[in-house]
Design a protein around this ligand. Sequence first.
Ligand SMILES: [Zn+2]
Length: 326
Amino acid sequence: MNTMSLKVVFLGTSSAIPVLHRSFPAIAVLRKDEVILVDCGEGTQRQMAVAKIGFCKRMKILITHLHGDHVGGLPGLLQTMSMLKRKRMLQIYGPRGIVGFVKSFLKYLKVELGYELELNEVREGVFVREKEYEIIAKRTVHSIGGYSFLLREYPRPGRFNVERARELGIPEGPLWHMLQEGKEVTVNGRVIEPSMVLGPPRPGRIVGFSGDTIPYRSLSKFFKNVDLLVFEATYSEMDSVKARENMHSTSVDAAKIASEAKAKMLALVHLSARYNDPTIIYLEAKKYHDNVVVPADLDVIEVPYPDSGEGFRVYSLKDSLKSAET
Ligand SMILES: [Zn+2]
């Protein structure tokens, strides 16, 4: 895997009623050597195995809310990780109740995990600060308390100007590296600031996840300028009354928010079992946003850096699995 890539793997794209071709909600973000799993519906571990994600990697699990379709896969996944001799600490983040939920099923299942578990109940705002990215929560409006999440990479240092570095007489090697990391260096008694050899900072990538929610105004602000917005579209616009009754969004609700937020791409998930063919969901959303996908299970979206000039790559792992079999 390209070490710079950011892949969003759709492990499960259904809503609460099971359907043959869509598994329960779970999305894995693969970034460098880390997995960030958003929701963990029933069968997530099986989908992870099919997608060859691995159970012992650095990993965080973010839970949008405590409905069965979003957390039903946690007991099995945690247990499997232990059986596979996971040693790395696992972090789980979710709304109020997540700590009690996990502790009680571990207690009643009498599971002794072979790795450390860090359980966190999050509040609105930044709740994860890593070296290269942060994760932010915003409250959803649903039948139970929950959150939308935003994964935001910090801007990267600007491009290193090799010619300029040579002109300034900086010898190639560790000093270049230090400047690239934003540290000043001294050459022949002269202090060289990183800004003398670096271009302007380059933007990181931003991916948003709606969780289950009715659409509301400030959501588009929260998701402002995301590269990829993964939004629930449980219902078609034709069933908008049902959508409100059950506190969900329609395809059009999702597309309007994506468009207001200037999301570069919109991926619609959490489809109700009533839509055998997702074409209607796609076509309705397409009227309000020009870059829409309705991923199938095991589809992958690779999110490019905004300044790279590259486009999004969308492909299915099913294809690569098939070709691996032949
Ligand atoms: Zn749901």
